[in-house]
Ligand binder design. Structure first.
Ligand code: BGC
Length: 760
């Protein structure tokens, strides 16, 4: 479809004809033409990304936005929503700036928009790729209906340190699982054609290695060997780009001595030259300015450094806007670097179809029609139920019967605002049900539900305040703890079953929410101990944005359902699972350690030269701790079901695989319990001998499937040479001949195994 479009220019009408199809040549011609008309100031203006202020994550907030738009000093705005507001801002750019270049509108659409899905770590726990893609699609439909065309997602940072609050925003510890999810999210956001009115430009973040910040402290440095980077941390970014993501956000952290935002090796040698990325590189919030505190120079210096390193767009800090012209005159930067950056900004706008119709995302009727649709809410409910991980279920405490009475006790029982989870700035908090409200809606009059706060989120009022920012309130009871617990026990004692709704508030994870203590806050532990003493059937419904240390709870409580933060429909979804309408199938995307001292603890560790003997937990002069075993509390990939599954031994099509061949690996999985259920069958590989040391296992495949009660399903995987490749010390991507083990099972610990050889 060819469309003629007029753009105001210097009082002249510039006519441009171009196609929606992403025809490189036409795009190049159009952008060359536009670039040739732009002054240096207008070019630098395109590199300036400001915030509309609806959600800010730094102390600096953009000012004087209206006059800057008119002056052509703004290329993009983020954190502004609604067709009316965005139309108004777009009109300023299109009608009042000299060249009428439209603005791109970004937003952190991280796990849903008005309809919130589970936090990304929870979504990862579904291991359901189709579902994850659908959630990204719905996010794009809703956000684009509200005027937005660019999302700062997916966040694909691998993290093996649950102290880091942002582990909640990613897909956990594993390279393969995160890479698969990255791909689905990009495809969900961008669809097949970015110029469609209901797609969003995806932005892969945070490039790179942000999840490996030292000590789990946010914004901290990362220091990592190249082969670990290439084998374990970089693949998810690459996978997202492979799926077509057309923008990348630089990370805040220092990487081996040079912060990502000034790191030319990262942004140009690797991203552009090796990986061939042809999209837009934007910084994180004021990341250019932060290079001053990193110790790289003044604003003038660091802005020039970032541009030369490969940054195209400067988020919020206006270092580019205020210094690049001078740097150009002083020849600190080249005009070709500015042109490169402007070209990528303009290309993003072109791909989104903004030059054709700058108001294509500003249809108020569409916003009314498409935001919060019943089918979106149904998907949110399904996603939530699938994200929950059953950690313990002694004597089939769950599912509960839909009769009698239940006491729902705890600080998370009655807070709607916490249910969507961290980074859900656009979610409709006001109308999000609490856990108790959701349960009541699902159960109607069948079950009598009573409730009580039971304990404060934490004893420390100041910590509670820091942990419930942005309106995520949880009531606080200032009476002595003994009185609060006594009152809760009165209610609990009258009920048949107790549901303890405990854990973190949503803002205890997310950005700038690192923690050093991952136990349940003591006020809540004491409540739980008192509830256990009642001797009633007890279920811990655990809210969390990260792996917690639950050794005490694992011993004391008969049933634990980890529900993360499940999004808008959390309350109903928890009821669906507790009462058996849905059989839980979530599996942990990150290891739950026994205690904080074991961190980093992840399943794909190296063997060491002194591994423990099979079954031993302490041996002198072997690799272990004196006080606790090396084992996690719950391993990666772990999650129970109301039913049970039995795995047959592995059947291999051959004991060897040639480089061009394929090996079929199969197991029979039988549902041996009393419920139909979904199982995630996981395949891991170990390379037994290499030129570098290799992990004791690496996830290389999985299949999620429904197996009916009594039914047996055969699950087959195909392994080829590509699955055995890794980056060697010289960073060659190779598969080395020799012995391998393949494992299949229900989690990364409980596995069947078989051996094969890779041969020429
Ligand atoms: C976060 C990013 C986010 C950006 C814009 C930053 O503080 O690190 O993930 O996209 O703010 O809101």
């Amino acid at each position: 479809m060819n469309i003629r479009k007029s753009i105001l220019s210097c009082g002249l009408i510039l006519s441009a004809t171009f196609s929606f199809a992403q025809d490189q040549q036409k795009m190049d011609q159009f952008i060359d033409g536009l670039l040739s008309k732009m002054t240096v100031e207008e070019k630098i203006g395109q590199l300036n990304l400001v915030t509309g202020g609806e959600a800010t994550t730094g102390s600096v907030v953009s000012t004087d936005v209206e006059s800057k738009i008119k002056a052509g000093n703004i290329g993009g705005i983020f954190s502004m929503s609604s067709p009316a507001k965005i139309r108004k801002a777009q009109e300023l750019a299109v009608k009042h700036s000299r060249l009428g270049i439209p603005i791109i509108f970004g937003m952190d659409v991280i796990h849903g928009y008005k309809t919130a899905f589970p936090i990304p770590l929870g979504l990862a726990a579904t291991w359901d790729m189709e579902l994850i893609r659908k959630t990204a699609r719905v996010s794009a439909v809703e956000a684009s209906a509200d005027g937005i065309n660019w999302t700062f997602s997916p966040m694909v940072d691998i993290s093996r340190d649950p102290r880091w609050g942002r582990i909640s925003e990613g897909s956990g510890e594993d390279t393969y699982l995160t890479s698969r999810i990255a791909r689905e999210m990009v495809l969900g956001y961008q669809g097949n054609d970015l110029s469609q009115y209901n797609t969003l430009l995806a932005c892969v973040k945070h490039f790179a290695l942000y999840g490996a910040s030292e000590a789990g402290r946010d914004y901290q440095a990362t220091d990592m060997s190249l082969h670990r980077m290439y084998n374990e941390y970089l693949p998810p970014y690459k996978a997202a780009l492979g799926a077509g993501a057309m923008s990348v956000m630089t990370s805040f952290n220092d990487i081996n001595g040079l912060p990502a935002t000034a790191n030319r090796w990262l942004l140009t040698d690797l991203l552009r030259n090796d990986w061939g990325f042809k999209g837009l590189v934007v910084t994180d919030y004021t990341a250019v300015n932060e290079l001053i505190d990193h110790g790289l120079g003044d604003l003038h210096e660091v802005s020039a450094l970032s541009l030369q390193a490969g940054v195209d767009m400067d988020m919020v800090g206006e270092g580019f806007l205020t210094t690049l012209k001078k740097s150009l005159t002083e020849k600190r930067v080249k005009e070709e670097d500015i042109n490169r950056a402007v070209r990528f900004v303009l290309e993003a706008k072109y791909r989104l179809g903004l030059f054709d119709d700058p108001y294509r995302y500003c249809d108020e009727q569409r916003a009314k029609r498409e935001i919060g649709k019943p089918e979106h809410l149904a998907l949110a409910r399904e996603a939530a139920t699938k994200s929950f991980v059953l950690l313990k279920n002694e004597q089939q405490t769950l599912p509960l019967k839909k009769t009698g009475s239940i006491a729902v006790i705890g600080p998370l029982a009655n807070t709607g605002a916490n249910m969507p989870g961290t980074w859900s700035v656009s979610a409709d908090h006001a109308n999000t049900q609490t856990l108790v409200e959701g349960m009541r809606e699902v159960l109607g009059n069948k079950v009598k539900i009573s409730t009580h706060l039971g304990a404060n989120l934490t004893e420390d009022a100041a910590l509670q305040e820091r942990s419930t920012m942005f309106g995520r309130t949880i009531p606080r009871d200032t009476r002595p703890e003994s009185e609060i617990i006594a009152e809760a026990l009165e209610i609990a004692n009258q009920a048949d079953v107790i549901v303890a709704a405990l854990g973190e508030s949503s803002e205890m994870s997310g950005e700038s929410s690192s923690r050093t203590d991952l136990n349940l806050p003591e006020s809540q532990s004491r409540l739980l101990a008192a509830l256990v003493k009642t001797g009633k059937p007890l279920v811990l419904v655990l809210f969390t944005g990260r792996p917690l240390t639950l050794s005490v709870e694992q011993k004391a409580v008969p049933a634990i359902l980890n529900v993360w933060f499940g999004g808008t429909e959390t309350g109903k979804a928890v009821a669906d699972v507790l009462f058996g309408d849905v059989n839980p199938s979530g599996k942990l995307p990150a290891t739950f350690p026994q205690n904080v001292g074991q961190i980093p603890l992840y399943y794909s560790q190296k063997n060491t030269g002194r591994p423990l003997a099979e079954g031993a937990w302490f041996q002198k002069f072997r690799s272990n701790y004196l006080d606790v075993s090396n084992e996690p509390l719950y391993p990666f990939g772990f999650g129970l079901s109301y039913t049970t599954f039995e795995y047959s031994p592995i059947q291999l099509s051959s004991s060897s695989l040639t480089r061009s061949g394929q090996l079929k690996v199969a197991v029979d999985v039988k549902n041996t319990g009393n419920y139909d259920g979904e199982e995630v069958v996981q395949l891991y590989i170990r390379d037994m001998v290499g030129t570098i040391t290799r992990p004791v296992k690496e996830l290389k495949g999985f299949q999620k499937l429904m197996i009916k009660k009594g039914e047996t399903k055969r699950v087959e995987f195909t392994i080829g040479e590509a699955d055995l490749k890794f980056y060697d010390l010289k960073l060659n991507h190779v598969a080395e001949l020799g012995a391998f083990k393949v494992f299949i099972g229900t989690n990364s610990r409980d596995l069947q195994q078989a051996d094969f050889q890779l041969t020429d």
